[in-house]
Ligand binder design. Structure first.
Ligand code: SF4
Length: 267
């Protein structure tokens, strides 16, 4: 089987949700504008590093979804998101803090690590490059609110960065967060992941895969803050037996697990 960070974090959040998604093939309909916009924005970033006109690429990529009936968040529109994206790309170019010397080899890199029992782990690393002239593994994020950056060292607890550090063996990792708000902002967040953290992730991965292979899929339900995962869970309709919710949020795909790793490209 092929595993990815998205799959493992889904299992850890709620094993029942994992079963719905990866074994039974129930996946969320792509109706969230923010998710699609994030993908378009990353294509524009790649174009920037290849020396192309990134605003034109953003317009072209996002333009393909102009008539799509998305669920926009309150106050958001297709035009407003485009405008914010262009401002962020301009700010990014002005900051000039990231260099990707070989863009054809250093962006969206697919890595596969062999696991016991003929399993594999797949990851797509957004970029290997330089931040403030030092080498980093870089992950891009687009969001509407700032990431927490205090107290010092908080980012070193980010499980996705720990996972990517485990896959690559690279200690120095960074998040570049494009914040779409009234005054667009870019956060350049850096941290170091230790060897001990990488080993701990490897053990967590092993235990999680054992649970999956043993078909343990108990529900980790929760509706009260902060353990309120059911409230935003795409599989809520399945757990409640609510056909209307199922029809509005989910589509079912056959042979789900074969292509599950594609989720990794979304995040
Ligand atoms: S609705 Fe709750 S219990 Fe059901 S899959 Fe989602 S998180 Fe798990």
């Amino acid at each position: 089987m092929m595993f990815s960070y998205t799959q493992i974090s889904n299992y850890l959040r709620c094993p029942r949700s994992y079963r719905h998604r990866y074994l039974d093939g129930w996946r969320e309909k792509e109706t969230r504008a923010t998710m699609i916009f994030g993908r378009c924005f990353e294509k524009a970033l790649e174009a920037y590093f290849r020396g192309e006109d990134c605003s034109v690429v953003l317009y072209r990529e996002w333009g393909a979804f102009r008539e799509t009936p998305f669920d926009f968040k309150k106050g958001e529109t297709w035009d407003r998101m485009l405008h914010q994206g262009v401002l962020l790309l301009e700010r990014f170019a002005q900051d000039n803090r990231i260099q990707i010397p070989r863009p054809n080899e250093s962006l969206q890199i697919k890595l596969v690590r062999e696991l016991p029992n003929a399993n594999q782990f797949i990851a797509y690393i957004d970029a290997f490059g330089k931040l403030d002239a030092s080498p980093y593994l870089i992950d891009w994020k687009t969001t509407t609110s700032r990431y927490a950056d205090a107290p010092d060292g908080l980012l070193s607890l980010d499980p996705q960065l720990i996972c990517y550090s485990w896959v690559t063996g690279v200690s120095e990792v960074a998040l570049v967060v494009f914040v779409r708000k009234h005054q667009p902002e870019i956060q350049y967040l850096k941290t170091s992941i230790t060897e001990e953290q990488r080993q701990e992730f490897g053990r967590l991965l092993g235990v999680t895969i054992d649970q999956i292979e043993a078909a343990h899929f108990p529900s980790h339900s929760g509706i009260r803050f902060p353990q309120n995962g059911c409230v935003s869970c795409p599989h809520l309709g399945l757990c409640l037996g609510d056909q209307k919710l199922i029809d509005s949020n989910l589509i079912r795909t056959a042979g789900a697990n074969d292509l599950a790793w594609l989720d990794e490209l979304v995040d």
